[in-house]
Design a binder for this molecule. Structure first.
Ligand SMILES: Cc1cc2nc3c(=O)[nH]c(=O)nc-3n(C[C@H](O)[C@H](O)[C@H](O)COP(=O)(O)O)c2cc1C
Length: 157
């Protein structure tokens, strides 16, 4: 398949956006990630997909834990921040370390702290499966991502 066709098809997949975070040597790291999946209820697992070149992936592989922070509609600016310069991503940001010692961002729609269980190479990405250990959900509006743009959602009926 031509890569432009692949990109065109993939852009029709609607998703949310999360900030996947990790923590190593007293330093928080994180990246914007749309490839997140609630994988399994029993056992409770989440899966994420990160580019093989991702520095966040490297940290998660070394530390064995990560947090998925699902963004609310008011956190669109986090996407630019967490895909921009690495040394500015947590500057003046509201976060605390959760039960597993991973960064939990303030005011997210929901978050889940995971222990890395397995990783699976998928082409130029790596799928990480994490055991969900702790988390919380809020009732604010989600941030949607579709066609390279951000959206807020309204119910169909
Ligand atoms: C809305 C949005 C969604 C993204 N989704 C993913 C994704 O699912 N997987 C991924 O590896 N990168 C994704 N990225 C790109 C990463 O956030 C970006 O490459 C980041 O710089 C990676 O940082 P790192 O190398 O420090 O981990 C996304 C970026 C944006 C803005």
């Amino acid at each position: 398949m031509r890569s432009e066709d692949y990109r065109s098809i993939a852009s029709r997949w609607i998703s949310g956006v999360s900030i996947v975070t990790a923590y190593e040597d007293d330093e928080p790291v994180g990246a914007a990630v749309s490839a997140v999946m609630p994988l399994s209820l029993s056992p409770a697992q989440f899966a994420i997909s990160l580019a093989a070149s991702s520095s966040t992936l490297a940290t998660i592989r070394r530390t064995g834990r990560f947090c998925v922070n699902i963004l609310s509609s008011k956190q669109q600016d986090y996407c630019r921040r967490f895909s921009g310069p690495r040394d500015e991503r947590f500057t003046s940001l509201d976060y605390h370390l959760g039960m597993l010692g991973v960064p939990v961002l303030g005011d997210a729609l929901a978050h889940v702290e995971c222990e890395l269980e397995s990783d699976h190479v998928g082409g130029d990405h790596v799928i990480l499966v994490g055991a969900a250990r702790a988390g919380a959900a809020n009732d604010c509006e989600p941030l949607g991502y579709f066609g390279s743009r951000f959206w807020t959602l309204t119910p169909c009926a």
